[in-house]
Design a protein around this ligand. Structure first.
Ligand code: RP5
Length: 162
């Protein structure tokens, strides 16, 4: 199976990344995590992106806050799908990172999830890898069904709480 590459701009982004790694672990998807910054270590971020396809990655998640250029900088150096997570690490609460991540120019796409959306970033990466992996696709279908069952269980019990 292809691996998911996860890059974060700083170790202060770890709580958001943990949501992604927990999700990938629950689906038995292999992943590799790095701290590379578009600004502080641009060359390492670039080399990671340039070699990602030959290193067995199928999708890359890039998480950064503030002037969040990491996902775009990674996407500029690979044609693998790149998923950006804007992190709310500043006093602008992630709006800065959201706009920096989502507003990519035509030609260099980044699939941007919600602010701090580590879980959905992992699920989107899983769905990309599942295009060529029927076993993983079946796991994703089963997860959707189980998530829906949990909501319906709560629906049954909600009146008792009120
Ligand atoms: C970004 O700046 C990082 O992704 C992080 O979200 C934010 C703050 O980084 P630190 O100053 O906490 O290292 O590059």
């Amino acid at each position: 199976m292809k691996k998911v590459g996860i890059v974060m701009g700083s170790d202060s982004d770890l709580p958001i990344i943990r949501k992604a790694t927990d999700m990938l672990k629950s689906l038995d998807i292999p992943f590799e995590v790095h701290i590379y910054s578009a600004h502080r270590t641009p060359e390492e971020a670039r080399q990671f992106a340039l070699s990602a396809r030959e290193n067995g990655f199928g999708a890359i998640i890039a998480a950064a806050g503030m002037a969040a250029h990491l996902a775009g900088a990674i996407a500029a150096n690979t044609t693998l799908p790149v998923i950006g997570i804007p992190c709310s690490s500043s006093n602008l609460d992630g709006l800065d990172a959201l706009l920096s991540t989502v507003q990519m120019p035509t030609g260099i796409p980044v699939a941007t999830v919600a602010v701090n959306g580590g879980g959905n970033a992992a699920l989107l990466a899983a769905q990309i890898i599942a295009v060529e992996d029927k076993e993983l696709a079946a796991k994703l279908d089963a997860k959707r069904a189980s998530d829906a069952a949990k909501v319906l269980e709560k629906d049954k019990n909600v009146m008792e709480k009120l």
